[in-house]
Design a protein around this ligand. Structure first.
Ligand code: 0PR
Length: 387
């Protein structure tokens, strides 16, 4: 730290220099985040000092958090769901599995299984947050294979379950391909085996309810116990805003920690101090857009996704799966080479999927028709060079 403070203008000059180094989202096709909505920005600034870690000091902010949980629960099939605003999908996934673990630890007490290593079964397509979960919670994370459409293979899920399995994870909107696992069938398996089912809808939770096609992926499926859904992705709230939902309060209670000297006596969240600003931003976007506004945004992203897919196909480039949502994986041959050639040629930031290797594009609200036209022109050149 410098001994003497700098002038405000001097600090601002440095900040501007740093800001110039950061990329704008305009040519970023790899991100599940986007520019926050204007109303989110305003709300964020208004509640910038609010700390939900000591929510009794900020009852207004706390009311907004409760309302976000209620609205999100209602959107995802259970208006009486409980939960809280987390820092994102990673924390939400950790917390859901931690609640499963604590619940089963209590259930197994005094049984021959007590003290044995527990496991969960996740699809091979699971986000890398599950690696952190295995490490932090000291449980085994078993990976089930995928079928040809890159959904989890149900027979492999069943084969991996044993008497130490505490829960399953299904993904509604996989990070790499935007695919939706067969949640209904997974719910049946969970019920039959008396284990929990967590749905990772970090990305898809604010997409799928607004698609024309209907999917059973949320609390409307009986066996679903918990859901992760991120306002800082498709809802265009500010970062950090995730949401973890529990169908039953009893399960969330497994996370309860006493906070004796705070204004509230217990806490469920993983972090202590928590952004009230992101909660206010999420509340504001939900109120401002309503279901109609979100449907409009998702429809627009899907139209642009179709435009991209159509354009790519006319270049002879096909998709790995028929896109379910605004995530597209293009079979371009050497995806790493194409990805870096696109970066060099037009400053496009794309990513490459693990298995199968493909060029991955996420059509977030900052991706416009013109963006896709320009991208397709560069893709054409890059593909021709390759041929
Ligand atoms: N679950 C799923 C299905 C996800 O796609 C992600 C993140 C998470 C959980 C974890 O969420 P948090 O990152 O909020 O903890 N998916 C993106 C990814 O890792 C996140 C992302 C966003 C990556 C913007 C890059 C980026 O520029 O690919």
């Amino acid at each position: 730290m410098n001994e003497k403070g700098m002038k405000e203008e001097e600090v601002l000059v440095i900040l501007n220099e740093k800001k110039r180094k950061d990329r704008r989202y305009d040519r970023i096709l790899s991100s599940m985040c986007t520019y926050p909505h204007d109303i989110a920005l305003k709300a964020h600034m208004m509640f910038i000092e609010a700390n939900l870690g000591d929510s009794g000091l900020f009852p207004g902010t706390s009311e907004m958090e409760e309302e976000v949980v209620r609205m999100t629960g209602a959107l995802l099939g259970e208006e009486n769901a409980c939960g809280y605003i987390s820092t994102g999908g990673t924390e939400s996934n950790i917390q859901a599995v931690r609640a499963f673990r604590n619940f089963k630890m209590r259930e197994w007490r005094g049984t021959p299984r007590e003290g044995e290593r527990m496991n969960i079964v996740v699809p091979e397509s699971a986000h890398f947050s599950f690696e952190k979960i295995a490490d932090m919670l000291c449980i085994d994370v078993r990976k089930a294979q995928l079928d040809d459409e890159l959904r989890v293979d149900l027979s492999d899920v069943e084969a991996l379950i044993d008497d130490k399995t505490i829960g399953l994870v299904g993904i509604a909107g996989t990070t790499e391909f935007g695919q939706i696992d067969p949640i209904k069938e997974m719910g049946d398996i969970a019920i039959r085996n008396e284990i929990f089912l967590h749905v990772d809808a970090a990305f898809g939770g604010f997409v799928i309810p607004f698609l024309d096609k209907k999917y059973e992926f949320d609390f409307s499926v009986e066996g679903v116990s918990t859901i992760s859904v991120d306002p800082h992705k498709m809802l265009a709230s500010t970062i950090p805003a995730g949401c973890v939902l529990f169908r039953e309060n009893e399960l969330m209670e497994m996370l309860s920690v006493e906070t004796p000297y705070l204004t509230t006596k217990t806490q469920f969240s993983l972090t202590g101090t928590r952004s009230g600003a992101a909660a206010a931003a999420t509340y504001a976007v939900m109120k401002f857009l309503g279901v109609e506004g979100m449907r409009r945004i998702v429809r627009k992203c899907m139209d642009i996704t179709k435009m991209l897919v159509y354009g790519a196909r006319s270049l002879g480039v096909h998709t790995v799966i028929e896109p379910v949502m605004n995530v597209v994986a293009l079979d371009v041959g050497d995806a790493e080479r194409v990805s870096s050639a696109l970066r060099e040629r037009g400053g496009w930031i794309t990513s490459v999927t693990r298995k199968p290797k493909a060029l991955r594009l996420v059509i977030m609200p900052h991706v416009k028709e013109e963006t896709v036209s320009d991208f397709l022109a560069d893709l054409k050149c890059v593909c021709e060079e390759q041929c």
